[in-house]
Design a protein around this ligand. Sequence first.
Ligand code: HEM
Length: 295
Amino acid sequence: MPVPYFPFTDEPYQPTMGLKPLDLAQWLEPDLLQAAQLRLKADLLVREHALVLRASPESEVACRELYATLAAHLPVHHPDLYTADSTSLTVRALDRAFPLTPPPEADARTLLSTVARWVQEDLCVLAPAAPVTITAGAVCFPSRWNLPEKFGQASPAIHAPVPKFAGTIGPATHSFLERLTVEKPVWRLNWTLHDSDHLFAPHAVPGRDDLTPANVLTHVFLRTERQTLRRLPVSKAVVFTIRTHLHPLLEALPTPEATRLLLHTLEHLPAEVAAYKGMAKFIAPLKTALAARLA
Ligand code: HEM
């Protein structure tokens, strides 16, 4: 699989909003891993439902609109993967048809867990007016956090563990979420490195003890999150999507320039940020290994 995003530059690290206008035709980003990831999500939504799925009764109008919006969007923008007739949406990877309009008897949780099975993205629904709290979510591929921890919270509390966030982009993020308009959806990227290839990573972990300059490059994975934010026109709820891409690090380093940019980023990463990202145990051997590749 090609690595879709390479987030490293010569800029020193600091949290950035990095919002770009989103063309809604590119709202979602299915790829060749769709069938495997939808199977994994369906399994997690049953086996780990307490950690990955939550919806408050107040979110039902928004979840109903999200269902209808996705059912309309998918066959138009991804006709090779989804088809529709006058009454049903077929998700080809699942070989299954669903009602095109949300079933009237379905509650918020049922609606959200149904649409979560259609797309690779994790989905969060935020309240339509301030305080913009998380009112519903189906998050199967979190990077060392989980939905119950964040449920019902607004941006300042959600982002409290992120170093330097409150003192830099915290206030702008908070007010952006209140002011986002239906007409101007956005997307942004986050990145991190993990010492595991598990997409479902709902807890902070101490990290592996056995990584050395000799083996670290083959045991570290680049995780990028393509996130989108849009406000739905009827319920006015904000929908936040997270599309996680996970690749062996070496796949992201095809050239010496790519290796140099990653090394540069890691050399300027504040220690508290490396610790927050779960990289404390392997960042030193990783820097040594990257420098050796460039020598
Ligand atoms: C303009 C909007 C947003 C910006 C600029 C933003 C920015 C960030 C940044 C910079 C991080 C740190 C990532 C890292 O360094 O690894 C982060 C983490 C996070 N963000 Fe956001 N974010 C935004 C919206 C949201 C929304 C709407 C949610 C709602 C679910 C959210 C949930 C999270 C969570 C759960 C984390 C991980 C926090 C933890 O480790 O406990 N973000 N965000």
